[in-house]
Design a protein around this ligand. Structure first.
Ligand SMILES: O=C(O)CCC(=O)C(=O)O
Ligand SMILES: [Fe+2]
Length: 239
């Protein structure tokens, strides 16, 4: 896995810089994602966090049940942060989510950029990386609302099918996204998310008199256009 992940680094970096997201279909070998899917099936049976979605964090203790899911995590962290600016190589967030037929995620940004009283951020998640494990998905597209205020204040939607072996990355603090409902007769939908975390506090400087908070951060205009009722804080992320 490490070679495949390492090889997408330059394009990932370029995609994030130029358009705020990156999509790669066919990232790993068929046998690899099939193994990962089988492990995800075995791990499933976890507490419900919201209707129709179960999720868990992958931990070292899951190694016996999910060696390839953990190998993917380790390999991604060993290869991609080093090729991106200001991303921590040892702090990250992880979530394996299983979505039941018919379930969806509402529009949100993963990191709502809320700050504490001193202006420091609560959440340092910086780049969201999702890898899908679904052989023939029916619905359940990830809809990315691209940050393009020149064509429309709400941006353009880009729908990405959650097909097995597709990798998607975008900025966790600015790209508004949602998951469209999966079909009632769809299989379980598996998504393995890793959040790369900023190691420079993502634009918040403790030394600067200007502490950038939600309203000033890149993407604030798009967030406002999507979440008009809340001027600074969009709806909380689903998990
Ligand atoms: O599963 C997906 O496609 C995205 C899920 C999501 O947006 C999230 O977990 O924050
Ligand atoms: Fe999300």
């Amino acid at each position: 896995m490490r070679g495949a992940l390492k090889s997408i680094g330059p394009e990932l970096r370029h995609g994030l810089e130029r358009q705020g997201y990156f999509v790669r279909e066919g990232l790993l070998r068929d046998s690899t994602w099939r193994e990962m899917r089988a492990e995800a099936m075995r791990l499933h049976g976890l507490a419900f966090e919201k209707p129709g979605v179960e999720s868990c964090e992958l931990e070292a203790g899951d190694f016996h049940a999910a060696p390839s899911l953990l190998a993917y995590t380790v390999d991604l962290l060993a290869t991609l942060p080093a090729q991106l600016d200001d991303v921590s190589t040892n702090v990250y967030g992880t979530k394996l989510a299983v979505t039941m037929p018919g379930a969806a995620y509402p529009k949100h940004v993963d990191n709502a950029c809320t700050c504490d009283a001193t202006g420091l951020p609560h959440d340092l998640r910086w780049i969201t990386c999702i890898y899908y494990l679904n052989e023939s998905p029916k619905g359940g597209d990830l809809r990315l609302w691209l940050d393009d205020p020149t064509t429309s204040p709400r941006g353009r939607p880009l729908d990405v099918a959650p097909a097995a072996d597709t990798f998607v990355a975008f900025y966790a603090d600015r790209l508004v996204h949602e998951v469209l409902p999966t079909a009632a007769d769809d299989d379980h939908r598996f998504a393995l998310t890793l959040w790369l975390v900023s190691d420079f506090r993502a634009g918040y400087s403790t030394h600067s008199s200007t502490r950038l908070c939600a309203t000033d951060r890149p993407g604030a205009r798009t967030r406002r256009a999507h979440f008009a009722a809340t001027t600074t804080t969009p709806s909380p992320p689903p998990a």
